[in-house]
Write a protein that binds this ligand. Structure first.
Ligand code: GDP
Ligand code: MG
Length: 371
Protein backbone atom coordinates (compact mmCIF):
# COMPACT_ATOMS: atom_id res chain seq x y z
CA UNK A 1 0.00 0.00 0.00
CA UNK A 2 2.89 2.40 0.60
CA UNK A 3 3.58 2.29 -3.09
CA UNK A 4 1.06 4.84 -4.15
CA UNK A 5 1.44 8.57 -4.03
CA UNK A 6 -1.30 11.06 -3.35
CA UNK A 7 -1.58 12.19 -6.97
CA UNK A 8 -1.50 8.61 -8.24
CA UNK A 9 -4.28 7.68 -5.88
CA UNK A 10 -6.31 10.69 -7.04
CA UNK A 11 -5.80 9.69 -10.67
CA UNK A 12 -6.83 6.13 -9.97
CA UNK A 13 -10.07 7.07 -8.27
CA UNK A 14 -10.76 9.88 -10.72
CA UNK A 15 -10.95 12.70 -8.21
CA UNK A 16 -9.02 15.98 -8.08
CA UNK A 17 -5.78 15.77 -6.13
CA UNK A 18 -6.99 18.67 -3.98
CA UNK A 19 -9.98 16.63 -2.83
CA UNK A 20 -7.75 13.84 -1.65
CA UNK A 21 -5.43 16.24 0.14
CA UNK A 22 -8.42 17.99 1.71
CA UNK A 23 -9.81 14.80 3.19
CA UNK A 24 -6.50 14.03 4.82
CA UNK A 25 -6.00 17.63 5.88
CA UNK A 26 -9.36 17.65 7.63
CA UNK A 27 -8.17 14.68 9.62
CA UNK A 28 -5.00 16.50 10.59
CA UNK A 29 -2.74 14.80 8.11
CA UNK A 30 -0.45 17.01 6.08
CA UNK A 31 0.45 15.55 2.75
CA UNK A 32 1.61 16.89 -0.55
CA UNK A 33 0.77 15.37 -3.87
CA UNK A 34 4.08 13.54 -4.12
CA UNK A 35 3.88 11.89 -0.72
CA UNK A 36 3.34 8.19 -0.49
CA UNK A 37 0.19 7.10 1.24
CA UNK A 38 0.34 4.82 4.25
CA UNK A 39 -1.96 1.89 4.86
CA UNK A 40 -4.19 3.80 7.28
CA UNK A 41 -4.49 6.78 5.02
CA UNK A 42 -5.47 4.58 2.11
CA UNK A 43 -8.13 2.91 4.20
CA UNK A 44 -9.57 6.24 5.24
CA UNK A 45 -9.56 7.51 1.67
CA UNK A 46 -11.10 4.34 0.34
CA UNK A 47 -13.97 4.74 2.73
CA UNK A 48 -14.38 8.44 2.07
CA UNK A 49 -14.44 8.08 -1.71
CA UNK A 50 -16.25 4.78 -1.62
CA UNK A 51 -13.69 2.86 -3.61
CA UNK A 52 -12.34 -0.59 -3.11
CA UNK A 53 -8.62 -0.93 -2.61
CA UNK A 54 -6.61 -4.03 -3.31
CA UNK A 55 -3.17 -4.29 -1.83
CA UNK A 56 -0.28 -5.14 -4.11
CA UNK A 57 3.04 -6.27 -2.86
CA UNK A 58 5.82 -3.69 -3.09
CA UNK A 59 8.10 -5.83 -5.21
CA UNK A 60 5.49 -5.67 -7.90
CA UNK A 61 5.84 -1.94 -8.31
CA UNK A 62 6.29 -1.13 -12.00
CA UNK A 63 4.48 -4.32 -12.80
CA UNK A 64 7.48 -6.59 -12.89
CA UNK A 65 5.05 -9.41 -12.42
CA UNK A 66 2.41 -8.39 -14.87
CA UNK A 67 4.80 -7.73 -17.65
CA UNK A 68 7.33 -10.43 -17.18
CA UNK A 69 5.89 -13.20 -15.16
CA UNK A 70 2.63 -13.96 -16.83
CA UNK A 71 0.14 -16.20 -15.15
CA UNK A 72 1.19 -19.73 -15.84
CA UNK A 73 -1.19 -21.98 -17.64
CA UNK A 74 -1.58 -25.24 -15.78
CA UNK A 75 0.01 -27.39 -18.43
CA UNK A 76 3.41 -25.75 -18.01
CA UNK A 77 3.51 -26.25 -14.29
CA UNK A 78 5.83 -28.85 -12.87
CA UNK A 79 6.46 -29.98 -9.35
CA UNK A 80 9.20 -28.02 -7.61
CA UNK A 81 11.16 -28.68 -4.41
CA UNK A 82 10.08 -27.03 -1.15
CA UNK A 83 12.06 -24.10 0.28
CA UNK A 84 12.60 -24.22 4.03
CA UNK A 85 13.50 -21.64 6.66
CA UNK A 86 14.65 -22.69 10.12
CA UNK A 87 13.83 -20.35 13.00
CA UNK A 88 14.00 -20.60 16.76
CA UNK A 89 15.48 -19.26 19.96
CA UNK A 90 19.20 -18.53 20.14
CA UNK A 91 21.28 -21.58 21.06
CA UNK A 92 18.44 -24.00 20.41
CA UNK A 93 20.44 -25.43 17.53
CA UNK A 94 19.45 -23.73 14.25
CA UNK A 95 22.99 -23.62 12.92
CA UNK A 96 23.79 -27.11 14.20
CA UNK A 97 20.68 -28.51 12.59
CA UNK A 98 21.36 -26.81 9.26
CA UNK A 99 24.90 -28.19 9.37
CA UNK A 100 23.74 -31.66 10.35
CA UNK A 101 21.22 -31.78 7.53
CA UNK A 102 23.73 -30.53 5.05
CA UNK A 103 26.49 -32.89 6.12
CA UNK A 104 24.19 -35.86 6.13
CA UNK A 105 22.52 -35.18 2.83
CA UNK A 106 24.65 -33.16 0.50
CA UNK A 107 24.71 -35.14 -2.72
CA UNK A 108 27.29 -37.82 -2.09
CA UNK A 109 28.14 -38.17 -5.74
CA UNK A 110 29.66 -34.75 -5.56
CA UNK A 111 32.17 -35.65 -2.89
CA UNK A 112 35.27 -33.59 -3.31
CA UNK A 113 33.26 -30.53 -4.24
CA UNK A 114 34.04 -27.86 -1.72
CA UNK A 115 30.92 -26.98 0.18
CA UNK A 116 30.82 -23.32 0.87
CA UNK A 117 28.43 -21.15 2.77
CA UNK A 118 26.30 -19.26 0.29
CA UNK A 119 23.16 -18.64 2.33
CA UNK A 120 21.13 -21.53 0.96
CA UNK A 121 21.68 -25.12 -0.05
CA UNK A 122 19.83 -28.04 -1.56
CA UNK A 123 19.84 -31.60 -0.27
CA UNK A 124 18.33 -34.79 -1.55
CA UNK A 125 16.06 -37.13 0.33
CA UNK A 126 14.57 -40.17 -1.42
CA UNK A 127 15.50 -38.67 -4.78
CA UNK A 128 13.61 -35.49 -4.00
CA UNK A 129 15.23 -32.13 -3.49
CA UNK A 130 14.76 -29.80 -0.53
CA UNK A 131 16.25 -26.30 -0.40
CA UNK A 132 17.19 -24.76 2.94
CA UNK A 133 17.73 -21.08 3.53
CA UNK A 134 20.90 -21.03 5.57
CA UNK A 135 21.07 -17.51 6.81
CA UNK A 136 20.32 -16.12 10.26
CA UNK A 137 16.61 -16.76 10.69
CA UNK A 138 14.30 -13.99 11.68
CA UNK A 139 16.08 -11.00 10.23
CA UNK A 140 16.37 -12.39 6.74
CA UNK A 141 12.88 -13.80 6.92
CA UNK A 142 11.46 -10.43 7.91
CA UNK A 143 13.50 -8.59 5.29
CA UNK A 144 12.11 -10.86 2.63
CA UNK A 145 8.56 -10.64 3.85
CA UNK A 146 8.78 -6.86 4.09
CA UNK A 147 9.58 -6.82 0.43
CA UNK A 148 6.71 -9.11 -0.25
CA UNK A 149 8.94 -12.00 -1.16
CA UNK A 150 7.33 -15.17 -0.02
CA UNK A 151 10.54 -17.13 -0.23
CA UNK A 152 9.68 -19.87 2.21
CA UNK A 153 7.24 -22.72 1.72
CA UNK A 154 7.62 -24.37 5.11
CA UNK A 155 8.98 -23.01 8.40
CA UNK A 156 10.81 -25.27 10.81
CA UNK A 157 10.80 -24.00 14.35
CA UNK A 158 13.58 -25.46 16.44
CA UNK A 159 12.95 -25.81 20.15
CA UNK A 160 15.57 -27.29 22.48
CA UNK A 161 13.97 -30.15 24.38
CA UNK A 162 15.88 -29.23 27.52
CA UNK A 163 14.96 -25.56 27.41
CA UNK A 164 11.44 -25.26 26.03
CA UNK A 165 9.68 -22.28 24.51
CA UNK A 166 11.57 -18.98 24.85
CA UNK A 167 10.95 -15.42 23.62
CA UNK A 168 12.47 -15.95 20.19
CA UNK A 169 10.49 -19.15 19.81
CA UNK A 170 7.34 -17.10 20.23
CA UNK A 171 8.64 -14.54 17.76
CA UNK A 172 9.32 -17.35 15.30
CA UNK A 173 5.76 -18.61 15.73
CA UNK A 174 4.46 -15.13 14.96
CA UNK A 175 6.58 -14.83 11.84
CA UNK A 176 5.56 -18.26 10.65
CA UNK A 177 1.88 -17.66 11.24
CA UNK A 178 1.98 -14.28 9.53
CA UNK A 179 3.55 -15.88 6.49
CA UNK A 180 0.90 -18.61 6.46
CA UNK A 181 3.60 -21.17 5.75
CA UNK A 182 3.03 -24.54 7.38
CA UNK A 183 5.08 -25.17 10.51
CA UNK A 184 7.05 -28.25 11.49
CA UNK A 185 8.54 -28.25 14.97
CA UNK A 186 11.97 -29.83 15.38
CA UNK A 187 12.35 -30.73 19.04
CA UNK A 188 16.14 -30.62 19.21
CA UNK A 189 18.78 -31.79 21.69
CA UNK A 190 16.93 -35.05 22.33
CA UNK A 191 20.30 -36.59 23.25
CA UNK A 192 20.52 -34.42 26.32
CA UNK A 193 19.62 -35.51 29.74
CA UNK A 194 16.61 -33.54 30.80
CA UNK A 195 15.15 -33.51 27.31
CA UNK A 196 11.41 -33.16 27.75
CA UNK A 197 9.54 -33.20 24.43
CA UNK A 198 6.15 -33.26 26.12
CA UNK A 199 6.91 -30.04 27.89
CA UNK A 200 7.76 -28.50 24.52
CA UNK A 201 4.49 -29.76 23.06
CA UNK A 202 2.50 -28.30 25.93
CA UNK A 203 4.20 -24.94 25.70
CA UNK A 204 3.85 -24.76 21.93
CA UNK A 205 0.18 -25.73 22.18
CA UNK A 206 -0.31 -22.72 24.43
CA UNK A 207 0.81 -20.63 21.48
CA UNK A 208 -1.57 -22.35 19.10
CA UNK A 209 0.98 -24.66 17.60
CA UNK A 210 -0.77 -27.92 18.41
CA UNK A 211 0.81 -31.33 17.96
CA UNK A 212 -0.89 -33.78 15.61
CA UNK A 213 -0.83 -36.49 18.26
CA UNK A 214 -2.76 -34.13 20.49
CA UNK A 215 -5.41 -33.53 17.86
CA UNK A 216 -3.71 -30.51 16.33
CA UNK A 217 -2.20 -30.03 12.91
CA UNK A 218 1.53 -29.56 13.51
CA UNK A 219 4.11 -32.30 13.32
CA UNK A 220 6.65 -32.36 16.16
CA UNK A 221 9.78 -34.27 15.20
CA UNK A 222 12.29 -35.22 17.90
CA UNK A 223 15.83 -34.67 16.62
CA UNK A 224 19.40 -34.28 17.73
CA UNK A 225 21.68 -32.15 15.61
CA UNK A 226 24.53 -33.68 17.62
CA UNK A 227 23.86 -37.37 17.02
CA UNK A 228 21.86 -37.06 13.81
CA UNK A 229 18.89 -38.78 15.39
CA UNK A 230 15.60 -37.85 13.73
CA UNK A 231 17.09 -35.93 10.79
CA UNK A 232 15.70 -38.52 8.40
CA UNK A 233 12.25 -38.18 9.95
CA UNK A 234 12.43 -34.43 9.72
CA UNK A 235 13.29 -34.55 6.02
CA UNK A 236 10.53 -37.08 5.37
CA UNK A 237 8.08 -34.84 7.14
CA UNK A 238 9.15 -31.92 4.99
CA UNK A 239 8.54 -33.99 1.86
CA UNK A 240 5.11 -35.09 3.08
CA UNK A 241 4.11 -31.53 3.88
CA UNK A 242 5.41 -30.37 0.51
CA UNK A 243 3.47 -33.07 -1.29
CA UNK A 244 0.21 -31.87 0.21
CA UNK A 245 1.06 -28.30 -0.80
CA UNK A 246 1.49 -29.30 -4.45
CA UNK A 247 4.25 -26.79 -5.07
CA UNK A 248 4.71 -26.03 -8.73
CA UNK A 249 6.55 -23.75 -11.09
CA UNK A 250 7.08 -23.37 -14.80
CA UNK A 251 10.71 -24.08 -15.71
CA UNK A 252 10.16 -22.57 -19.17
CA UNK A 253 9.16 -19.12 -17.91
CA UNK A 254 11.34 -16.04 -17.63
CA UNK A 255 13.28 -16.42 -14.40
CA UNK A 256 12.03 -14.90 -11.18
CA UNK A 257 14.25 -15.40 -8.14
CA UNK A 258 14.55 -14.01 -4.64
CA UNK A 259 17.78 -12.81 -3.02
CA UNK A 260 18.53 -14.43 0.34
CA UNK A 261 22.01 -13.08 0.95
CA UNK A 262 24.38 -10.67 -0.76
CA UNK A 263 27.88 -9.28 -0.50
CA UNK A 264 30.81 -7.89 -2.44
CA UNK A 265 33.39 -10.53 -3.21
CA UNK A 266 36.95 -10.05 -4.22
CA UNK A 267 37.33 -10.68 -7.93
CA UNK A 268 33.59 -11.14 -8.39
CA UNK A 269 32.15 -7.81 -7.39
CA UNK A 270 28.60 -7.59 -6.07
CA UNK A 271 27.02 -11.02 -5.71
CA UNK A 272 23.68 -12.30 -4.50
CA UNK A 273 22.58 -15.76 -3.49
CA UNK A 274 19.20 -16.38 -5.05
CA UNK A 275 16.53 -19.03 -4.94
CA UNK A 276 14.59 -19.37 -8.17
CA UNK A 277 10.84 -19.08 -7.64
CA UNK A 278 9.73 -19.57 -11.21
CA UNK A 279 11.34 -20.15 -14.56
CA UNK A 280 14.97 -20.95 -15.19
CA UNK A 281 17.82 -18.52 -14.65
CA UNK A 282 20.65 -18.93 -17.13
CA UNK A 283 24.13 -17.57 -17.55
CA UNK A 284 23.85 -14.67 -19.97
CA UNK A 285 20.39 -13.56 -18.80
CA UNK A 286 19.81 -9.83 -18.43
CA UNK A 287 18.38 -9.25 -15.00
CA UNK A 288 16.99 -6.53 -12.82
CA UNK A 289 17.24 -7.04 -9.07
CA UNK A 290 15.83 -4.23 -6.97
CA UNK A 291 18.04 -1.26 -7.77
CA UNK A 292 20.70 -3.48 -9.27
CA UNK A 293 20.89 -4.87 -12.76
CA UNK A 294 23.34 -6.75 -14.91
CA UNK A 295 24.00 -9.78 -17.02
CA UNK A 296 24.47 -13.10 -15.26
CA UNK A 297 28.17 -13.75 -15.71
CA UNK A 298 28.28 -16.92 -13.69
CA UNK A 299 26.20 -19.06 -11.39
CA UNK A 300 27.99 -20.84 -8.57
CA UNK A 301 26.16 -23.49 -6.60
CA UNK A 302 26.60 -24.46 -2.94
CA UNK A 303 29.30 -26.93 -3.95
CA UNK A 304 31.37 -24.14 -5.42
CA UNK A 305 30.70 -25.41 -8.93
CA UNK A 306 29.93 -23.24 -11.92
CA UNK A 307 26.60 -24.15 -13.42
CA UNK A 308 24.83 -22.92 -16.53
CA UNK A 309 21.17 -22.98 -15.51
CA UNK A 310 19.21 -22.76 -12.30
CA UNK A 311 15.71 -24.23 -12.11
CA UNK A 312 12.78 -23.65 -9.72
CA UNK A 313 13.67 -23.78 -6.01
CA UNK A 314 17.35 -24.19 -6.83
CA UNK A 315 19.95 -21.88 -5.40
CA UNK A 316 23.22 -20.32 -6.51
CA UNK A 317 25.36 -17.24 -6.23
CA UNK A 318 24.75 -14.85 -9.11
CA UNK A 319 27.77 -12.93 -10.36
CA UNK A 320 27.43 -10.00 -12.75
CA UNK A 321 25.33 -7.37 -10.98
CA UNK A 322 26.34 -3.71 -11.02
CA UNK A 323 25.61 -3.26 -7.33
CA UNK A 324 24.80 -5.30 -4.24
CA UNK A 325 21.14 -6.31 -4.06
CA UNK A 326 19.28 -6.51 -0.75
CA UNK A 327 17.88 -9.62 0.87
CA UNK A 328 14.35 -9.97 -0.37
CA UNK A 329 14.92 -8.23 -3.68
CA UNK A 330 13.32 -9.99 -6.58
CA UNK A 331 15.51 -10.79 -9.56
CA UNK A 332 13.79 -10.99 -12.90
CA UNK A 333 15.21 -11.92 -16.28
CA UNK A 334 14.36 -9.40 -18.95
CA UNK A 335 14.41 -9.24 -22.71
CA UNK A 336 17.26 -6.80 -22.96
CA UNK A 337 20.02 -5.07 -21.13
CA UNK A 338 18.24 -1.79 -21.76
CA UNK A 339 15.04 -2.92 -20.11
CA UNK A 340 16.85 -4.30 -17.09
CA UNK A 341 18.66 -1.00 -16.67
CA UNK A 342 15.46 1.02 -16.97
CA UNK A 343 13.64 -1.04 -14.40
CA UNK A 344 16.54 -0.76 -12.01
CA UNK A 345 16.56 3.00 -12.43
CA UNK A 346 12.84 3.26 -11.85
CA UNK A 347 13.23 1.13 -8.78
CA UNK A 348 16.03 3.35 -7.47
CA UNK A 349 13.97 6.47 -8.09
CA UNK A 350 11.01 4.88 -6.33
CA UNK A 351 13.08 4.03 -3.28
CA UNK A 352 14.59 7.49 -3.21
CA UNK A 353 11.15 9.08 -3.29
CA UNK A 354 9.96 6.74 -0.62
CA UNK A 355 12.83 7.74 1.62
CA UNK A 356 12.25 11.41 0.91
CA UNK A 357 8.59 11.03 1.68
CA UNK A 358 9.40 9.20 4.90
CA UNK A 359 11.80 11.93 6.01
CA UNK A 360 9.29 14.66 5.16
CA UNK A 361 6.75 12.95 7.33
CA UNK A 362 9.20 12.59 10.17
CA UNK A 363 10.06 16.24 10.13
CA UNK A 364 6.39 17.13 10.10
CA UNK A 365 5.89 14.90 13.10
CA UNK A 366 8.77 16.56 14.85
CA UNK A 367 7.32 19.94 14.04
CA UNK A 368 3.99 19.00 15.54
CA UNK A 369 5.77 17.74 18.60
CA UNK A 370 7.56 21.06 18.96
CA UNK A 371 4.33 23.00 18.69
P1 GDP B 1 21.63 -21.48 17.24
O1 GDP B 1 21.94 -20.25 18.03
O2 GDP B 1 20.16 -21.77 17.28
O3 GDP B 1 22.16 -21.45 15.84
O4 GDP B 1 22.29 -22.71 18.01
P2 GDP B 1 23.63 -23.49 17.69
O5 GDP B 1 23.45 -24.42 16.56
O6 GDP B 1 24.74 -22.53 17.61
O7 GDP B 1 23.76 -24.39 18.98
C1 GDP B 1 23.93 -23.85 20.26
C2 GDP B 1 24.66 -24.83 21.16
O8 GDP B 1 23.89 -26.01 21.32
C3 GDP B 1 25.99 -25.28 20.56
O9 GDP B 1 26.92 -25.40 21.61
C4 GDP B 1 25.68 -26.63 19.97
O10 GDP B 1 26.79 -27.48 19.95
C5 GDP B 1 24.62 -27.15 20.92
N1 GDP B 1 23.70 -28.08 20.27
C6 GDP B 1 22.97 -27.86 19.15
N2 GDP B 1 22.21 -28.93 18.86
C7 GDP B 1 22.47 -29.85 19.81
C8 GDP B 1 21.98 -31.18 20.06
O11 GDP B 1 21.16 -31.73 19.33
N3 GDP B 1 22.46 -31.81 21.17
C9 GDP B 1 23.35 -31.23 22.01
N4 GDP B 1 23.76 -31.93 23.06
N5 GDP B 1 23.83 -29.99 21.79
C10 GDP B 1 23.40 -29.31 20.72
MG1 MG C 1 23.17 -19.94 14.85
Amino acid sequence: PEDIRVYEFAEKINHPISDVIKVLFNLGMMVTKNDFLGKDEIEILAEEFEVEVTTIDPTNAFNYEEEYVEAESEEHLEERPPVITIMGHVDHGKTSLLDAIRNARVAHGEAGGITQHIGAYTVEQRDKKITFIDTPGHAAFSAMRERGAQATDIVIIVVAADDGVKPQTIEAIKHAKASKAPIIVAVNKMDKEGANPDLVKGQMAEHEVSPIDWGGDVEFVPVSAKTGEGIDDLLDNILLTAEVMELTANPEAAAKAVVVESSVEKGRGPVGTVIVQNGTLSVGDNVVCGKAFGRVRSLINDQGQQIKVLGPSETAVVVGLNEVPAAGDIMIAMESDKEAREYAQKRAEYERQKELSASTKTSLDELTALI
